[in-house]
Design a protein around this ligand. Structure first.
Ligand code: ATP
Length: 308
């Protein structure tokens, strides 16, 4: 019996995954769960093992130890009918048109006849590439190629979609378009795993988050849970103050000469603090309000910035 048949909400599970390339340990006991219909972000520094873990979930590489299960079955090889894979590098036929690419990938995934035609029509609409359908893909912009690349991986409607940095090198407008496409898939119940170095994207788009470092899982949960657990939920107000003569309750002097306060609810607590500073003879020359987020949580957990 599948170890997770007891929890139908878990669509994919990686347990104790180890993968070594020569002397390089790419995965070192990775644990990961994808929950049905959730959009999970995966973050970690370069070389953390994000691509390798996706290749393992897609059944495209064998593990040295550990298991991967998708929809209740152990993964022993590729199952593109269940798991769609969008690699970091664009994998399209540049000399073929957008439509021909979709037809080729659809056929590769077992679609034919009416079903193939319908799915190609859906993909052209979904990607907004209908007007360029008959143009050769080599003439598409980078953002268009990325959208088509994603469409080719989901034409046959797999339940799980793995996306390896799907918006790398894409301009802001094209990114929004890609995210709208992914949101649409998620709303249809597709389970997404999306690796990225863009913390802002993960913070705002994903339902949950998985952090990995050196082939190991270091934290997972919703962004709010993770940030609160690791760095606390308080906002930090940093003041530059001239002429302050008295110590003010709640304000701490910092080595650079600034003052900081930790606030649970800045809207409620700031006004009192500002008037206490003025009453104490201080002139507020600068104020920065910052709520620690994923970046700080990552730094705290690993001692490193995400891009080093
Ligand atoms: P990035 O953010 O740079 O894409 P990543 O988190 O996706 O990195 P992986 O590509 O999974 O990391 O690589 C994990 C480690 O395994 C790295 O040290 C990498 O150099 C190594 N590695 C990955 N694939 C191979 C391979 N085919 N041969 C040798 N080493 C590999």
């Amino acid at each position: 019996m599948s170890p997770y048949s007891s929890d139908p909400e878990v669509v994919a599970r990686v347990t104790g995954a180890v993968k070594t390339y020569g002397r390089q340990r790419a995965l070192d006991g990775l644990e990961l769960e994808l929950r049905r219909g959730q959009w999970t972000g995966m973050i970690g520094p370069n070389g953390a093992g994000k691509t390798t873990s996706m290749l393992a979930i897609a059944g495209l590489i064998p593990l040295d130890a550990g298991t991967v299960e998708v929809v209740g079955e152990r993964v022993t090889g590729p199952r593109p009918d269940r798991v769609g894979w969008v690699p970091q590098e664009i994998a399209l036929y540049g000399h073929l048109t957008g439509r021909e690419n979709l037809e080729a990938f659809g056929a590769l995934h077992g679609l034919s006849g009416r079903e193939l035609r319908d799915q190609v029509a859906w993909a052209l609409d979904w990607t907004g590439l209908g007007v360029r359908a008959e143009d050769r893909v080599a003439t598409y912009s980078g953002g268009m190629q990325r959208r088509l690349n994603i469409a080719c991986a989901v034409l046959h409607r797999p339940q799980v979609l793995l996306l390896d940095e799907p918006t790398v090198g894409v301009d802001p407008q094209a990114r929004l378009r890609t995210f709208a496409m992914l949101q649409g898939l998620r709303d249809e119940g597709v389970t997404l795993l999306h690796s990225s170095h863009e913390l802002g994207d993960i913070e705002t788009r994903c339902d949950s988050l998985h952090m990995i470092d050196q082939g190991r899982s270091i934290a997972s949960g919703t962004v709010q849970e993770l940030v609160r657990e690791v760095v606390g939920g308080q906002a930090v107000a940093t003041f530059e103050i001239g002429g302050l003569e008295h110590q003010i309750a709640g304000l701490e002097r910092q080595p650079g000469g600034t003052w900081t306060a930790h606030l649970d609810d800045p809207a409620v607590e700031l006004p009192g603090l500002l008037s206490a500073i003025q009453t104490g003879g201080g002139q507020i020359e600068g104020l920065d309000l910052h709520r620690p987020g994923l970046r700080e949580a990552f730094l705290q957990l690993t001692g490193r910035e995400l891009r080093e």
